[in-house]
Design a protein around this ligand. Structure first.
Ligand code: NDP
Ligand code: 8X3
Length: 250
């Protein structure tokens, strides 16, 4: 029996890299995202064999459940759910943020993960095996100016991952929270509303993590023996570390 990975946000960045990694290792992959053209192009690149695409918005609970219910037999018994779809919008201080951006981040990064997990998890528990791999962030662990709601959604993901571990105690189902730092993908272009120049500045003079690095890490946690659960994995590029606490002086 081929193993099955269900990857959200497969149209870009970490999700695309995970699709290539898991498919390259012989797994069947379910690739999801909102951009149908990207899903088709990736399926074609992978040769379309062992690939099922499902175009939906993770914020839409019914669409998520319907996509999971309609999985073809060869893709139905999901072994690994990579809850990767997510985004940051803006880097303004809280008193200047756009309320709509906050809603979008909460709906995508929190509710999206909840919908996908709730739809896939019962099957894993019934089979007494499976692995939920959530994309948290260092932003869920460490505050930074402008991180406000984005970081808070990722803190939610971290604690949800831990609480899932408690609920799944004894079921054989594993849970991991992946917590990357600075990584170059479309993330900053999305964060800055499509401003590619502003996004490029984030990585200027650095050697950031790549989607490939993150896919390798996700593959590592997923391919460990079934009795090993990596609870959380915080990953930074070597050029990144913490800064000091700040003190305002008059
Ligand atoms: P990208 O912007 O490159 O990819 C984001 C993916 O999420 C896209 O495939 C996008 O697909 C999908 N997505 C966004 N909103 C929705 C939605 N409403 N419904 C379905 N899919 C959606 O970013 P990354 O690959 O870098 O980010 C992946 C994850 O990793 C995110 O959760 C992000 O927060 C997290 N992360 C990123 C870091 C970074 O520095 N890059 C660091 C730490 C964590 P589409 O638009 O087609 O729907
Ligand atoms: C993405 C990393 O530091 O831009 O989650 O928030 S950061």
């Amino acid at each position: 029996m081929r193993k099955i990975a269900f990857i959200t946000g497969a149209t870009s960045g970490f999700g695309t890299a995970c699709a290539r990694k898991f498919h390259g290792a012989g797994w069947n992959v379910v690739l999801t995202g909102r951009r149908e053209d990207r899903l088709s192009a990736l399926a074609e690149e992978l040769g379309s064999r062992r690939v099922h695409t499902a175009c939906f918005d993770v914020r839409d609970r019914e669409a998520v459940f319907s996509a999971v219910e309609q999985l073809p037999d060869d893709f139905r018994e999901v072994d690994v759910l990579v809850n990767n779809a997510g985004l940051a919008l803006g880097l303004e201080p809280a008193h200047r943020c756009d309320d709509a951006d906050w809603d979008t981040m909460v709906d995508t990064n929190i509710k999206g993960i909840l919908h996908c997990t709730r739809a896939v998890l019962p099957g894993m528990v019934a089979r007494k095996s499976g692995h939920v791999i959530n994309l948290g962030s260092i932003a869920g662990n460490w505050p930074y100016p402008g991180g406000n709601v984005y970081g808070a959604t990722k803190a939610f993901v971290q604690q949800f991952s831990r609480n899932l571990r408690c609920d799944l105690h004894g079921t054989g189902v594993r849970v991991t929270n992946i917590e990357p730092g600075l990584a170059e993908s479309e993330f900053s272009v999305v964060r800055f509303g499509g401003d590619a120049q502003k996004a490029a500045k984030v990585y200027e003079g650095t050697t950031p993590l790549t989607p490939h690095d993150i896919a390798e890490s996700i593959w590592w946690v997923a391919s460990l023996p079934a009795h090993v659960n990596i609870n959380a994995l915080e990953i930074m590029p070597t050029c990144q570390s913490w800064s000091a606490l700040s003190v305002h002086k008059e």
